[in-house]
Design a protein around this ligand. Sequence first.
Ligand SMILES: [Zn+2]
Ligand SMILES: [Zn+2]
Length: 330
Amino acid sequence: MKAATLTSPQDVRHRPLRITEVATPEPKPGQVLLRVRACGVCRTDLHIIEGDLPPHRQGIIPGHQIVGEVVAGAPNDLPVGTRVGVSWMGGTDGTCQYCRLRLENLCDAPTFTGYTVDGGYAEYAVVRSDFAFPLPEQLDDLHAAPLLCAGIIGFRSLRVAGVKPGDRVGLFGFGASAHLAIAVLRAWNCEVYVSTRGASHRQLAASLGAIWVGSETDKPPAELDCAVTFAPSGDVVIAALASLRKGGVVAINAIHLDRIPQFDYDSLLWGERQLRSVANMTRADARDFLQLATEIGLRPKVTPFPLDQANEALIALKDDSIDGAAVIVV
Ligand SMILES: [Zn+2]
Ligand SMILES: [Zn+2]
């Protein structure tokens, strides 16, 4: 099969993904073989490919927003031909203290799609059948792909931030994940304030119903009940914290931050403000979000790239040169 494999982690401008022929994987018990139809591109892919996250396997095939069709290894509940989505969480041990507490996103021995096991930048992928989610017909391949990490983990971020209907919510950064989160927030009648770099991101945020948009250094004109940060930048986290009311929460939707700058506790965190990270996702997050996305007719803005152009898709993500989500179409 054709696949994009990571040669060695380095700047995406050096095109570290090699488009090559590799053996088609075979499913073991409990796994299914998918013919990949589309795979979303996520910032975490960029962190893996550039080495911000430590490598786990040589020659890994990245990609963890897979839309595929079951072609082999099918259990009764996922017959051949079923169209499924697969996300970042590719498996858990089911036995550690976190799994037992229904916090499987924090599992001590997780499998991460496209990081610890091969992912979806390929014509075929093998995945655990109990971590594959049947997709509703209303979601076509291209528009379902970005929902699978950007969407699900964005949705989890809103949960971690404790968003309630009608809240004033800040979104700091406006890429693939935020442009899906805003649709959920609008459906919950929240007031959404967006701070982001890039005039086109600000325009998109306004067109999707933000009541205020500003640059990354502008402060929202109202105190926020909660905020989610999407940029891999600690400065942005501090900006979000500075916009909160007392008792408010900032959820950091980033697997990697450049650093956290020193900040003034008395004015920024005291008053029972909270800073929380968002780690991974649970299968319940995935199911709840996919159902909500279908109910509200969520339709991401996508830019397709052929598999041969996987490096270019990552460069576009790094340069912030596309609105919405990049999706590799296989
Ligand atoms: Zn576990
Ligand atoms: Zn992701």
